[in-house]
Write a protein that binds this ligand. Sequence first.
Ligand code: SF4
Length: 247
Amino acid sequence: MKIIIDGKVCIAQKGEMLLQIAKRNNIFIPTLCHSEALPGPGSCRLCVVEIEDGGRKSIVASCIYPVRREIKVFTDSEKIKAIRKDLLMLLYARTPEDETINNLRKEYGVPDKIRFSGDKEEHCILCGLCVKACEEMGSNSISTIMRGVTKKVSTPYDEPSSSCIGCGSCAYVCPTDAIEMIERDGIRTIWNKDFELVKCEKCGKAFATKDQLEYNRKKLSENHLDVYCETCKRVITGEKLRDIYQP
Ligand code: SF4
């Protein structure tokens, strides 16, 4: 199937998300809450585009819009730029000192002086990607709590969560680095909880928490797991494959 994005003919699979098709064709669409590993959640809405389907135009979030027919897509029309500007104004009002939001704000012409301004320390845009990452891990340790202007992501009652394994997935996926994760003297601190870090048996780099490795071991029903970081794992696998194919 063919679709046209900003005048460029792109090949697409039926059901494929518009954002993916654009990316594959080197057409840039801004997004904050999208991660390759975690489809959706389509909450920041910055990836909105205009589509023309059988003569009808509409605005859709490209990260959660599956293509079903041949359509025309406009990723940077005046209407789209105006919507993104409004969205960024709201995000800027919530996170006035955040670097990522400020860079986008300038790009879309949002003035630095606006009527409302939130907490200078706030960096969370409430996109929910961290919650999704934690769900994928199977930990379900964090969620959005409170309502209105007090809404935030946290552990239940802001207390250290017994289910949190300190894997850091929530912090790694956060588009604005809003989740504090400190590593000092072999201890990782995240969500008000301390975790012992474990070093890779090959390179010696601290790469995971003890709780995280124990969790993985139980999940895989293994008695013992080799303790290697991802880089060393790849090297070891490569060496094993070489031994097999180049005797
Ligand atoms: S560090 Fe804790 S809260 Fe964050 S993803 Fe891992 S288990 Fe969930």
